[in-house]
Write a new protein. Structure first.
Length: 319
């Protein structure tokens, strides 16, 4: 009981206060002053004072005056009420409202690693936040997710201002105009991060971010430094497109990067999945087509290079 009490006292006086989860208060129940403990206390007091209840009950009607005027050497005791004997407490119906928490993440168990789906509006931002800071810190935010998001974006905006050249080595370039747009987006309440904002997050956290569409077998990598040959696979943030909720994402803590790169197609950019057509041979485009199992329009009997190229472009969208 002492350990539980200390646990809650620590949460009162230190950084993280978790009394928002009402069921946690049940842990303090052993310390409550309830009816049973009140009866034990009264019995102990009566015993210590050595009150003869039978004697008191047999006094005349003016027993209070009688006791007050008594010349006995015993302590003078004024009985305000008759002693309680065999009283059964009245059980009241519990009217405590039930709180359903909707702020925390949803854990979806599947074969293999667990997917985590944030319940906040901007699931893309919170997937990255959980990957960087951990689920425990994410849950500690409790109800102030809007403030936490604003504070984090303010830190990133300050980083952009102080380090405008930090984005030159990414696999997708950002112009100064684009960086200003990102900072402007951070100051407003966006429903979801833009992909150019995701480039900024990748550089700020120095973590590669992979956006994956498993149904289409395509992924979009955001790399903070294309010259870094010592890529630590444990640092990669894997975020999946939520096929059941359009525009939403879910995070998975671990993934086999070799399987992703060998079985899926890597998009070149969020605006265009392919490089210019002149940079491909027709056999290369056919290989991509077969890998993604893309069907060419049946009306085209002998697909040309442009036909295959257009079919891949039309298919390769993340959403």
């Amino acid at each position: 009981m002492s350990n539980i009490t200390h646990q809650f006292l620590n949460q009162i006086f230190y950084k993280h206060n978790k009394f928002d989860k009402l069921h946690s208060l049940n842990l303090l129940e052993p310390t409550f002053y309830n009816f049973e403990k009140k009866m034990e206390f009264m019995k102990k007091m009566n015993s210590d004072l050595d009150i003869d209840h039978e004697y008191v009950m047999n006094l005349p009607d003016n027993k209070h005056e009688y006791l007050a005027n008594s010349n006995t050497n015993s302590p003078t005791i004024k009985i305000e009420t008759n002693p309680i004997v065999n009283v059964t407490p009245t059980m009241k119906k519990d009217t405590t409202p039930t709180f359903v928490e909707r702020s925390g993440p949803t854990f979806v168990e599947r074969s293999g690693p667990t997917f985590v789906e944030p319940n906040q509006g901007d699931t893309l931002f919170w997937c990255v936040y959980m990957a960087v800071h951990g689920i425990a810190e994410y849950e500690q935010i409790s109800r102030n997710y809007g403030i936490a998001e604003l504070n984090e974006k303010q830190k990133i905006s300050e980083f952009i201002t102080k380090n405008p050249n930090a984005f030159k080595d990414t696999n997708m370039k950002l112009t100064k105009v684009a960086l200003k747009e990102v900072m402007s987006d951070f100051m407003t309440n966006q429903k979801s991060l833009s992909f150019q904002s995701l480039i900024v997050l990748s550089v700020f956290y120095q973590r590669p971010i992979y956006i994956i569409n498993k149904q289409k077998s395509i992924y979009l990598p955001f790399l903070p430094n294309i010259h870094d040959e010592n890529k630590d696979e444990r640092q990669i943030i894997y975020i999946y497109v939520n096929s059941e909720r359009r525009g939403k994402y879910k995070w998975i803590s671990t993934q086999d990067i070799k399987t992703i790169e060998s079985t899926m197609f890597a998009m070149e950019h969020y605006d265009h999945a392919l490089k210019s057509i002149s940079q491909y041979k027709i056999d290369e485009l056919k290989h991509i087509q077969q890998k993604l199992n893309i069907q060419i329009d049946e009306s085209v009997k002998k697909p040309k290079k442009q036909d295959i190229y257009n079919a891949i472009l039309q298919y390769s969208t993340l959403m």
